[in-house]
Design a protein around this ligand. Sequence first.
Ligand code: ADP
Ligand code: MG
Length: 449
Amino acid sequence: HWSRIRDRLKLEVGEVEYATWLKQIVLGPLEEDEITLLLPTRFLRDWVRGQYGDRLQQLWMVECAAVRRVELQVQRQPGGASPVVESSRAEEPAVVAEAPAPAPEVRSDLAAPLDPRFTFDSFVVGKPNEFAYACARRVAEKPSSPGFNPLFLYGGVGLGKTHLMHAIGSELLRGGRVSVAYMSAEKFMYRFIAAIRSQSTMEFKEHLRSVDVLMIDDLQFLIGKDNTQEEFFHTFNALVDAGRQIVVSADKSPSDLSGLEDRLRTRLGCGMVADIHATTFELRISILEAKAQASGVAVPTKVMEFLAHKITSNVRELEGALNRLIAHANLFGRPVTLESTQEVLHDILKAHDRRVTIEEIQRKVAEHWNIRLTDMSSARRARAVARPRQVAMYLAKQLTSRSLPEIGRKFGNRDHTTVMHAVSRVAELMTTDAAFAEDVELLRRMLEG
Ligand code: ADP
Ligand code: MG
Protein backbone atom coordinates (compact mmCIF):
# COMPACT_ATOMS: atom_id res chain seq x y z
CA HIS A 1 0.00 0.00 0.00
CA TRP A 2 2.64 2.43 1.09
CA SER A 3 4.63 2.26 -2.11
CA ARG A 4 1.47 2.85 -4.15
CA ILE A 5 0.58 5.82 -1.99
CA ARG A 6 4.08 7.19 -2.33
CA ASP A 7 3.97 6.87 -6.11
CA ARG A 8 0.66 8.63 -6.19
CA LEU A 9 1.95 11.46 -3.98
CA LYS A 10 5.04 11.84 -6.10
CA LEU A 11 2.85 12.28 -9.15
CA GLU A 12 0.62 14.77 -7.44
CA VAL A 13 3.18 17.03 -5.86
CA GLY A 14 6.10 16.57 -8.24
CA GLU A 15 9.57 15.16 -7.63
CA VAL A 16 11.04 18.24 -6.01
CA GLU A 17 8.35 18.77 -3.45
CA TYR A 18 8.23 15.08 -2.77
CA ALA A 19 11.95 14.90 -2.12
CA THR A 20 11.83 17.98 0.11
CA TRP A 21 9.00 16.99 2.40
CA LEU A 22 7.67 13.52 1.92
CA LYS A 23 10.58 11.32 1.11
CA GLN A 24 11.66 11.09 4.72
CA ILE A 25 8.43 9.58 5.93
CA VAL A 26 9.01 6.14 7.38
CA LEU A 27 6.21 3.67 7.73
CA GLY A 28 5.48 2.93 11.35
CA PRO A 29 3.24 0.31 12.90
CA LEU A 30 -0.35 -0.40 11.97
CA GLU A 31 -2.40 -0.93 15.08
CA GLU A 32 -6.02 -1.85 14.71
CA ASP A 33 -7.27 0.82 12.37
CA GLU A 34 -4.49 3.33 12.82
CA ILE A 35 -1.37 3.64 10.76
CA THR A 36 1.62 5.57 12.08
CA LEU A 37 3.94 7.53 9.84
CA LEU A 38 7.25 8.67 11.26
CA LEU A 39 9.20 11.81 10.52
CA PRO A 40 12.65 12.74 11.78
CA THR A 41 11.88 16.20 13.17
CA ARG A 42 9.02 18.04 14.74
CA PHE A 43 9.27 20.71 12.06
CA LEU A 44 8.89 18.20 9.27
CA ARG A 45 6.06 16.48 11.08
CA ASP A 46 4.15 19.75 11.50
CA TRP A 47 4.76 20.76 7.95
CA VAL A 48 3.71 17.44 6.48
CA ARG A 49 0.67 17.38 8.70
CA GLY A 50 -0.36 20.88 7.67
CA GLN A 51 0.26 20.47 3.98
CA TYR A 52 -0.40 16.82 3.32
CA GLY A 53 -2.24 15.50 6.35
CA ASP A 54 -5.64 15.35 4.67
CA ARG A 55 -4.27 13.87 1.53
CA LEU A 56 -2.32 11.17 3.33
CA GLN A 57 -5.40 10.22 5.24
CA GLN A 58 -7.54 10.07 2.12
CA LEU A 59 -5.03 8.03 0.20
CA TRP A 60 -4.64 5.58 3.03
CA MET A 61 -8.33 5.11 3.44
CA VAL A 62 -8.79 4.39 -0.21
CA GLU A 63 -5.75 2.15 -0.54
CA CYS A 64 -6.25 0.14 2.57
CA ALA A 65 -9.67 -0.62 3.94
CA ALA A 66 -8.31 -1.41 7.41
CA VAL A 67 -7.00 2.11 7.98
CA ARG A 68 -9.24 4.67 9.55
CA ARG A 69 -6.72 7.15 10.84
CA VAL A 70 -3.25 8.30 10.07
CA GLU A 71 -1.01 9.27 12.90
CA LEU A 72 2.06 11.44 12.29
CA GLN A 73 4.83 11.10 14.81
CA VAL A 74 8.31 12.37 15.36
CA GLN A 75 10.92 9.71 15.59
CA ARG A 76 14.16 10.78 17.21
CA GLN A 77 17.05 8.39 17.27
CA PRO A 78 19.06 8.97 20.42
CA GLY A 79 21.93 6.50 20.71
CA GLY A 80 20.85 3.42 22.53
CA ALA A 81 17.72 4.34 24.41
CA SER A 82 14.37 3.44 23.03
CA PRO A 83 13.20 5.99 20.48
CA VAL A 84 11.36 8.96 21.88
CA VAL A 85 8.12 9.12 20.10
CA GLU A 86 6.15 12.28 20.23
CA SER A 87 2.55 11.91 19.38
CA SER A 88 0.28 14.23 17.61
CA ARG A 89 -2.83 13.29 15.77
CA ALA A 90 -3.79 14.82 12.47
CA GLU A 91 -7.04 16.65 13.04
CA GLU A 92 -9.57 14.83 10.97
CA PRO A 93 -12.84 14.90 12.87
CA ALA A 94 -15.03 14.20 9.88
CA VAL A 95 -13.08 11.13 8.94
CA VAL A 96 -12.48 9.71 12.38
CA ALA A 97 -15.82 10.66 13.86
CA GLU A 98 -16.38 8.08 16.56
CA ALA A 99 -19.33 10.18 17.57
CA PRO A 100 -21.11 12.09 14.83
CA ALA A 101 -19.78 15.62 14.71
CA PRO A 102 -22.23 18.43 15.38
CA ALA A 103 -24.07 19.63 12.33
CA PRO A 104 -22.41 23.01 11.69
CA GLU A 105 -18.97 21.46 11.57
CA VAL A 106 -19.99 18.75 9.19
CA ARG A 107 -21.56 21.31 6.98
CA SER A 108 -18.49 23.50 6.82
CA ASP A 109 -16.44 20.42 6.20
CA LEU A 110 -18.63 19.26 3.37
CA ALA A 111 -17.64 21.75 0.75
CA ALA A 112 -14.25 22.94 -0.33
CA PRO A 113 -13.58 26.66 0.03
CA LEU A 114 -13.91 28.79 -3.06
CA ASP A 115 -10.79 30.38 -4.50
CA PRO A 116 -11.36 34.16 -4.33
CA ARG A 117 -9.24 34.69 -7.44
CA PHE A 118 -11.61 32.71 -9.63
CA THR A 119 -14.31 35.27 -10.37
CA PHE A 120 -16.28 36.24 -13.45
CA ASP A 121 -14.28 39.46 -13.59
CA SER A 122 -10.97 37.66 -13.80
CA PHE A 123 -12.23 35.24 -16.47
CA VAL A 124 -11.20 36.35 -19.95
CA VAL A 125 -13.93 35.67 -22.46
CA GLY A 126 -13.32 34.72 -26.08
CA LYS A 127 -14.90 32.61 -28.77
CA PRO A 128 -13.88 29.24 -27.31
CA ASN A 129 -15.44 29.86 -23.90
CA GLU A 130 -18.12 32.52 -24.40
CA PHE A 131 -21.00 30.06 -24.38
CA ALA A 132 -19.87 28.32 -21.20
CA TYR A 133 -19.26 31.72 -19.63
CA ALA A 134 -22.73 32.95 -20.53
CA CYS A 135 -24.33 29.80 -19.11
CA ALA A 136 -22.33 30.12 -15.90
CA ARG A 137 -23.36 33.75 -15.53
CA ARG A 138 -26.93 32.85 -16.11
CA VAL A 139 -26.90 30.16 -13.43
CA ALA A 140 -25.22 32.54 -10.98
CA GLU A 141 -27.90 35.13 -11.64
CA LYS A 142 -30.86 32.83 -11.54
CA PRO A 143 -30.16 29.38 -10.18
CA SER A 144 -32.55 26.55 -11.03
CA SER A 145 -33.95 28.20 -14.15
CA PRO A 146 -35.64 25.73 -16.42
CA GLY A 147 -33.30 24.60 -19.14
CA PHE A 148 -30.19 25.36 -17.09
CA ASN A 149 -30.45 22.60 -14.53
CA PRO A 150 -28.15 20.78 -14.39
CA LEU A 151 -25.46 22.90 -15.95
CA PHE A 152 -22.84 20.56 -17.37
CA LEU A 153 -19.50 22.19 -18.23
CA TYR A 154 -16.94 20.18 -20.08
CA GLY A 155 -13.58 20.65 -21.77
CA GLY A 156 -9.91 19.74 -21.63
CA VAL A 157 -7.50 20.28 -18.76
CA GLY A 158 -6.75 23.83 -17.71
CA LEU A 159 -9.38 25.56 -19.82
CA GLY A 160 -11.32 27.19 -17.00
CA LYS A 161 -13.97 24.75 -15.79
CA THR A 162 -13.03 25.03 -12.13
CA HIS A 163 -12.59 28.77 -12.50
CA LEU A 164 -16.15 29.15 -13.78
CA MET A 165 -17.59 26.95 -11.05
CA HIS A 166 -15.89 28.96 -8.33
CA ALA A 167 -17.09 32.13 -10.01
CA ILE A 168 -20.68 30.87 -9.88
CA GLY A 169 -20.26 30.00 -6.21
CA SER A 170 -18.71 33.31 -5.20
CA GLU A 171 -21.29 35.27 -7.10
CA LEU A 172 -24.13 33.39 -5.44
CA LEU A 173 -22.62 33.78 -1.98
CA ARG A 174 -22.15 37.49 -2.56
CA GLY A 175 -25.86 37.78 -3.18
CA GLY A 176 -26.46 35.93 0.11
CA ARG A 177 -29.40 33.78 1.06
CA VAL A 178 -28.27 30.67 -0.78
CA SER A 179 -26.14 27.82 0.43
CA VAL A 180 -23.56 26.56 -1.99
CA ALA A 181 -21.51 23.40 -1.82
CA TYR A 182 -18.59 22.95 -4.18
CA MET A 183 -16.35 19.89 -4.18
CA SER A 184 -14.43 17.70 -6.54
CA ALA A 185 -15.94 14.33 -7.39
CA GLU A 186 -12.91 12.83 -5.71
CA LYS A 187 -13.69 14.62 -2.48
CA PHE A 188 -17.31 13.61 -2.82
CA MET A 189 -16.16 10.02 -2.87
CA TYR A 190 -13.86 10.35 0.12
CA ARG A 191 -16.59 12.01 2.11
CA PHE A 192 -18.96 9.29 1.13
CA ILE A 193 -16.56 6.52 2.11
CA ALA A 194 -15.76 8.27 5.37
CA ALA A 195 -19.46 8.59 6.11
CA ILE A 196 -20.00 4.90 5.51
CA ARG A 197 -17.12 3.98 7.80
CA SER A 198 -18.27 6.21 10.57
CA GLN A 199 -21.84 5.12 10.07
CA SER A 200 -23.01 8.62 9.36
CA THR A 201 -24.32 8.26 5.83
CA MET A 202 -27.66 9.68 6.87
CA GLU A 203 -26.06 12.92 8.00
CA PHE A 204 -23.97 13.02 4.87
CA LYS A 205 -27.00 12.67 2.65
CA GLU A 206 -29.11 15.10 4.59
CA HIS A 207 -26.48 17.75 4.51
CA LEU A 208 -25.82 17.35 0.84
CA ARG A 209 -29.49 17.49 0.11
CA SER A 210 -29.97 20.63 2.12
CA VAL A 211 -27.90 22.89 -0.13
CA ASP A 212 -29.41 25.19 -2.76
CA VAL A 213 -26.60 24.76 -5.22
CA LEU A 214 -24.40 21.67 -5.46
CA MET A 215 -21.33 21.78 -7.68
CA ILE A 216 -19.28 18.69 -8.40
CA ASP A 217 -16.03 19.19 -10.27
CA ASP A 218 -14.27 16.60 -12.48
CA LEU A 219 -17.05 14.07 -12.50
CA GLN A 220 -15.01 11.75 -14.71
CA PHE A 221 -13.34 10.67 -11.49
CA LEU A 222 -16.44 8.64 -10.65
CA ILE A 223 -15.96 6.34 -13.61
CA GLY A 224 -15.61 2.85 -12.24
CA LYS A 225 -16.64 3.95 -8.74
CA ASP A 226 -20.06 2.39 -8.90
CA ASN A 227 -21.22 2.85 -5.33
CA THR A 228 -20.30 6.50 -5.28
CA GLN A 229 -21.99 6.99 -8.63
CA GLU A 230 -25.10 5.45 -7.24
CA GLU A 231 -25.03 7.79 -4.26
CA PHE A 232 -24.39 10.79 -6.47
CA PHE A 233 -27.27 9.79 -8.70
CA HIS A 234 -29.70 9.71 -5.78
CA THR A 235 -28.43 12.99 -4.38
CA PHE A 236 -28.69 14.48 -7.82
CA ASN A 237 -32.28 13.39 -8.29
CA ALA A 238 -33.31 14.50 -4.83
CA LEU A 239 -31.85 17.96 -5.40
CA VAL A 240 -33.26 18.49 -8.87
CA ASP A 241 -36.66 17.26 -7.76
CA ALA A 242 -36.53 19.76 -4.92
CA GLY A 243 -35.77 22.56 -7.35
CA ARG A 244 -32.11 22.99 -6.41
CA GLN A 245 -29.36 23.80 -8.88
CA ILE A 246 -26.66 21.34 -9.86
CA VAL A 247 -23.48 22.28 -11.68
CA VAL A 248 -21.16 19.55 -12.87
CA SER A 249 -17.89 19.60 -14.79
CA ALA A 250 -16.09 16.84 -16.62
CA ASP A 251 -13.44 16.38 -19.25
CA LYS A 252 -15.93 14.99 -21.77
CA SER A 253 -19.55 15.47 -22.75
CA PRO A 254 -22.16 13.35 -20.96
CA SER A 255 -22.55 11.08 -23.94
CA ASP A 256 -18.79 10.51 -24.16
CA LEU A 257 -18.38 9.67 -20.50
CA SER A 258 -18.56 5.97 -21.07
CA GLY A 259 -18.16 4.20 -17.79
CA LEU A 260 -20.79 6.34 -16.13
CA GLU A 261 -24.12 4.68 -15.68
CA ASP A 262 -26.52 5.32 -18.55
CA ARG A 263 -29.27 6.76 -16.43
CA LEU A 264 -26.83 9.19 -14.82
CA ARG A 265 -25.49 10.26 -18.21
CA THR A 266 -28.99 10.78 -19.44
CA ARG A 267 -29.90 12.98 -16.52
CA LEU A 268 -26.68 14.94 -16.77
CA GLY A 269 -27.45 15.81 -20.36
CA CYS A 270 -30.98 16.98 -19.58
CA GLY A 271 -30.20 20.57 -18.70
CA MET A 272 -27.63 22.78 -20.35
CA VAL A 273 -24.46 21.25 -21.73
CA ALA A 274 -21.71 23.76 -22.45
CA ASP A 275 -18.39 22.94 -24.07
CA ILE A 276 -15.22 24.95 -23.38
CA HIS A 277 -13.16 24.63 -26.52
CA ALA A 278 -9.40 24.71 -26.79
CA THR A 279 -8.02 28.24 -26.66
CA THR A 280 -7.25 30.18 -29.80
CA PHE A 281 -4.17 32.30 -30.27
CA GLU A 282 -6.30 35.42 -29.80
CA LEU A 283 -7.74 34.21 -26.51
CA ARG A 284 -4.31 33.26 -25.22
CA ILE A 285 -3.09 36.77 -26.00
CA SER A 286 -6.09 38.33 -24.23
CA ILE A 287 -5.49 36.17 -21.17
CA LEU A 288 -1.81 37.11 -21.08
CA GLU A 289 -2.66 40.78 -21.47
CA ALA A 290 -5.16 40.67 -18.63
CA LYS A 291 -2.81 38.84 -16.29
CA ALA A 292 0.22 40.96 -17.16
CA GLN A 293 -1.77 44.10 -16.58
CA ALA A 294 -3.01 42.87 -13.23
CA SER A 295 0.58 42.19 -12.20
CA GLY A 296 1.77 45.70 -12.97
CA VAL A 297 4.85 44.41 -14.80
CA ALA A 298 5.32 45.57 -18.39
CA VAL A 299 5.38 42.57 -20.69
CA PRO A 300 6.18 43.41 -24.32
CA THR A 301 3.71 42.31 -26.99
CA LYS A 302 6.43 40.27 -28.64
CA VAL A 303 6.90 38.23 -25.50
CA MET A 304 3.18 37.60 -25.17
CA GLU A 305 2.97 36.50 -28.79
CA PHE A 306 5.90 34.23 -28.29
CA LEU A 307 4.30 32.58 -25.26
CA ALA A 308 0.91 32.30 -26.95
CA HIS A 309 2.60 30.51 -29.86
CA LYS A 310 4.58 28.17 -27.68
CA ILE A 311 2.23 27.21 -24.89
CA THR A 312 -1.02 26.32 -26.52
CA SER A 313 -2.64 23.47 -24.68
CA ASN A 314 -3.44 24.71 -21.24
CA VAL A 315 -4.16 28.10 -19.66
CA ARG A 316 -2.69 26.98 -16.36
CA GLU A 317 0.69 26.44 -17.95
CA LEU A 318 0.49 29.67 -19.86
CA GLU A 319 -0.28 31.46 -16.62
CA GLY A 320 2.51 29.63 -14.83
CA ALA A 321 5.01 30.74 -17.44
CA LEU A 322 3.89 34.34 -17.22
CA ASN A 323 3.98 34.29 -13.42
CA ARG A 324 7.53 33.07 -13.51
CA LEU A 325 8.53 35.90 -15.83
CA ILE A 326 6.84 38.42 -13.59
CA ALA A 327 8.41 37.01 -10.43
CA HIS A 328 11.78 37.10 -12.10
CA ALA A 329 11.34 40.68 -13.27
CA ASN A 330 10.30 41.77 -9.77
CA LEU A 331 13.09 39.89 -8.10
CA PHE A 332 15.89 41.25 -10.23
CA GLY A 333 14.32 44.55 -11.20
CA ARG A 334 15.04 43.91 -14.85
CA PRO A 335 12.56 44.42 -17.66
CA VAL A 336 11.01 41.44 -19.42
CA THR A 337 12.47 40.93 -22.88
CA LEU A 338 12.32 38.17 -25.45
CA GLU A 339 15.85 37.15 -24.51
CA SER A 340 15.18 37.03 -20.79
CA THR A 341 12.01 35.08 -21.48
CA GLN A 342 13.86 32.42 -23.37
CA GLU A 343 16.37 32.18 -20.58
CA VAL A 344 13.96 32.17 -17.64
CA LEU A 345 11.54 29.74 -19.26
CA HIS A 346 14.17 27.54 -20.80
CA ASP A 347 12.83 24.29 -19.33
CA ILE A 348 9.15 25.03 -19.96
CA LEU A 349 9.80 26.04 -23.54
CA LYS A 350 11.84 22.97 -24.20
CA ALA A 351 8.97 20.78 -23.05
CA HIS A 352 6.71 22.58 -25.49
CA ASP A 353 9.02 22.37 -28.44
CA ARG A 354 6.89 20.33 -30.67
CA ARG A 355 8.93 18.77 -33.39
CA VAL A 356 7.29 19.58 -36.65
CA THR A 357 8.23 17.29 -39.48
CA ILE A 358 8.82 18.34 -43.05
CA GLU A 359 6.10 15.92 -44.14
CA GLU A 360 3.64 17.67 -41.85
CA ILE A 361 4.60 21.03 -43.28
CA GLN A 362 4.19 19.77 -46.83
CA ARG A 363 0.80 18.33 -46.04
CA LYS A 364 -0.55 21.46 -44.38
CA VAL A 365 0.78 23.76 -47.08
CA ALA A 366 -0.59 21.58 -49.86
CA GLU A 367 -3.97 21.51 -48.17
CA HIS A 368 -3.96 25.25 -47.70
CA TRP A 369 -3.40 26.03 -51.39
CA ASN A 370 -5.28 23.03 -52.56
CA ILE A 371 -2.50 21.35 -54.50
CA ARG A 372 -1.50 17.72 -54.57
CA LEU A 373 0.96 16.54 -51.95
CA THR A 374 3.03 14.91 -54.70
CA ASP A 375 3.60 18.33 -56.22
CA MET A 376 5.85 19.15 -53.26
CA SER A 377 8.41 16.87 -54.89
CA SER A 378 7.37 17.13 -58.52
CA ALA A 379 9.22 19.07 -61.19
CA ARG A 380 6.25 21.24 -62.12
CA ARG A 381 7.11 24.92 -62.27
CA ALA A 382 3.66 26.48 -62.65
CA ARG A 383 3.35 29.36 -60.17
CA ALA A 384 0.28 27.79 -58.51
CA VAL A 385 2.47 24.87 -57.52
CA ALA A 386 5.89 26.41 -57.25
CA ARG A 387 4.90 29.15 -54.79
CA PRO A 388 3.37 26.80 -52.18
CA ARG A 389 6.39 24.56 -52.55
CA GLN A 390 8.64 27.52 -51.77
CA VAL A 391 6.55 28.35 -48.73
CA ALA A 392 6.88 24.79 -47.50
CA MET A 393 10.66 25.01 -47.88
CA TYR A 394 10.66 28.32 -46.06
CA LEU A 395 8.64 26.89 -43.18
CA ALA A 396 10.81 23.79 -43.08
CA LYS A 397 13.82 26.04 -42.61
CA GLN A 398 12.06 28.10 -39.93
CA LEU A 399 10.41 25.35 -37.95
CA THR A 400 12.78 22.42 -38.11
CA SER A 401 16.46 22.07 -37.47
CA ARG A 402 17.08 20.46 -40.87
CA SER A 403 19.90 21.76 -43.01
CA LEU A 404 19.31 23.17 -46.49
CA PRO A 405 20.54 20.03 -48.28
CA GLU A 406 18.35 17.85 -46.07
CA ILE A 407 15.34 19.99 -46.86
CA GLY A 408 16.15 19.89 -50.56
CA ARG A 409 16.23 16.12 -50.52
CA LYS A 410 12.71 15.99 -49.10
CA PHE A 411 11.45 18.16 -51.95
CA GLY A 412 12.19 15.80 -54.81
CA ASN A 413 15.95 15.91 -54.41
CA ARG A 414 16.33 19.59 -55.10
CA ASP A 415 19.63 21.34 -54.66
CA HIS A 416 20.37 23.32 -51.48
CA THR A 417 20.67 26.53 -53.49
CA THR A 418 17.08 26.05 -54.64
CA VAL A 419 16.02 25.89 -51.01
CA MET A 420 18.06 28.96 -50.18
CA HIS A 421 16.48 30.83 -53.04
CA ALA A 422 12.99 29.76 -51.92
CA VAL A 423 13.62 30.94 -48.38
CA SER A 424 14.77 34.39 -49.39
CA ARG A 425 12.09 34.73 -52.04
CA VAL A 426 9.30 33.97 -49.53
CA ALA A 427 10.79 36.30 -46.93
CA GLU A 428 10.95 39.05 -49.53
CA LEU A 429 7.38 38.49 -50.73
CA MET A 430 6.13 38.61 -47.17
CA THR A 431 7.37 42.16 -46.84
CA THR A 432 5.56 43.36 -49.95
CA ASP A 433 2.40 41.25 -50.05
CA ALA A 434 0.42 41.51 -46.81
CA ALA A 435 -2.16 38.89 -47.73
CA PHE A 436 0.55 36.43 -48.61
CA ALA A 437 2.38 37.18 -45.36
CA GLU A 438 -0.79 36.53 -43.42
CA ASP A 439 -1.22 33.16 -45.11
CA VAL A 440 2.30 32.13 -44.24
CA GLU A 441 1.92 33.31 -40.66
CA LEU A 442 -1.30 31.39 -40.32
CA LEU A 443 0.33 28.24 -41.56
CA ARG A 444 3.22 28.71 -39.21
CA ARG A 445 0.82 29.09 -36.30
CA MET A 446 -1.09 25.97 -37.22
CA LEU A 447 2.08 23.98 -37.52
CA GLU A 448 3.52 25.28 -34.27
CA GLY A 449 0.23 24.86 -32.41
P1 ADP B 1 -9.86 23.26 -15.54
O1 ADP B 1 -10.68 23.17 -14.28
O2 ADP B 1 -10.68 23.33 -16.77
O3 ADP B 1 -8.81 22.21 -15.64
P2 ADP B 1 -9.02 25.74 -14.34
O4 ADP B 1 -10.35 26.39 -14.16
O5 ADP B 1 -8.38 25.18 -13.14
O6 ADP B 1 -9.09 24.64 -15.49
O7 ADP B 1 -8.05 26.81 -15.02
C1 ADP B 1 -6.62 26.71 -14.95
C2 ADP B 1 -6.02 28.05 -14.70
O8 ADP B 1 -6.19 28.86 -15.86
C3 ADP B 1 -6.67 28.80 -13.56
O9 ADP B 1 -5.69 29.51 -12.87
C4 ADP B 1 -7.61 29.75 -14.24
O10 ADP B 1 -7.81 30.93 -13.50
C5 ADP B 1 -6.91 30.03 -15.54
N1 ADP B 1 -7.85 30.27 -16.65
C6 ADP B 1 -8.42 29.35 -17.46
N2 ADP B 1 -9.21 29.95 -18.38
C7 ADP B 1 -9.14 31.27 -18.12
C8 ADP B 1 -9.73 32.42 -18.72
N3 ADP B 1 -10.56 32.33 -19.78
N4 ADP B 1 -9.43 33.63 -18.21
C9 ADP B 1 -8.60 33.74 -17.16
N5 ADP B 1 -8.01 32.71 -16.55
C10 ADP B 1 -8.26 31.48 -17.02
MG1 MG C 1 -10.55 21.78 -12.78
